[in-house]
Unconditional design. Structure first.
Length: 212
């Protein structure tokens, strides 16, 4: 597996060990709850989402699919080092995605201009949509309540999720990546309760190539 695949499939940014311990506990809780089990799977029709872009313009998924398959990647936000590492991998994979005729679209629940910051991180042509109030996240079965203890941990570390997301919901998304064909059907799905494991661009590109 090449360096790009290594970074993307097992994203391991430099974080303090106590965050990994907290993540292990959270992942175990989510597994017990079956979080993410109802998310779209390969072969399912994907809902025709309508979300604002970084400039506030409403964008429908159906309109994006008119130009070919869409790689739709859901993120927690730029405060999350694992999300930043994954976005770096997607930026590196952009030329291959362009050659395959696929459109990369990242989705973030962050507000306050952070969607534009994410688009800048993806580079020229990077598309980012804003999942305001976690509407799409919850509709797709990707949302979960993190609990008061983890909220307090984040706040103590200087991360005010209420301010980042514009609401005191305590909700986070399970990071997920879907390849959606022009017919609106899911061709590839990576949904992992462990947010430290992300989709491998090589697998995404293979799923696109398999359909031509």
């Amino acid at each position: 597996m090449d360096a790009l695949s290594d970074r993307c499939h097992g994203v391991q940014p430099d974080v303090e060990p106590h965050w990994h311990r907290a993540a292990d506990l959270l992942v175990a809780t989510l597994a017990g709850l079956g979080a993410g089990a109802c998310a779209p799977a390969v072969g399912d029709p994907f809902p025709d989402l309508a979300l604002p872009d970084a400039r506030g313009r409403l964008v429908r998924l159906a309109a994006l699919l008119g130009d070919g398959p869409v790689v739709l990647s859901f993120h927690r936000g730029l405060w999350c080092p694992w999300c930043v590492a994954e976005l770096d991998s997607w930026r590196a994979a952009r030329p291959a995605l362009d050659t395959a005729g696929a459109r990369l679209v990242a989705v973030t629940p962050e507000l306050g201009g952070r969607a534009a910051d994410m688009a800048a991180l993806l580079g020229e042509g990077g598309a980012v949509l804003c999942d305001v109030d976690f509407g799409a996240t919850l509709a797709l079965g990707l949302g979960f309540f993190i609990g008061a203890d983890l909220i307090a941990r984040y706040r103590a570390a200087g991360m005010d999720l209420d301010a980042l997301y514009g609401a005191a919901s305590g909700i986070l998304p399970i990071p997920a990546t879907f390849v959606i064909g022009s017919d609106g059907t899911v061709r590839f799905a990576h949904v992992d309760r462990d947010f430290r494991r992300r989709a491998d661009p090589a697998d995404v590109l293979a799923s696109i190539a398999a359909r031509g």
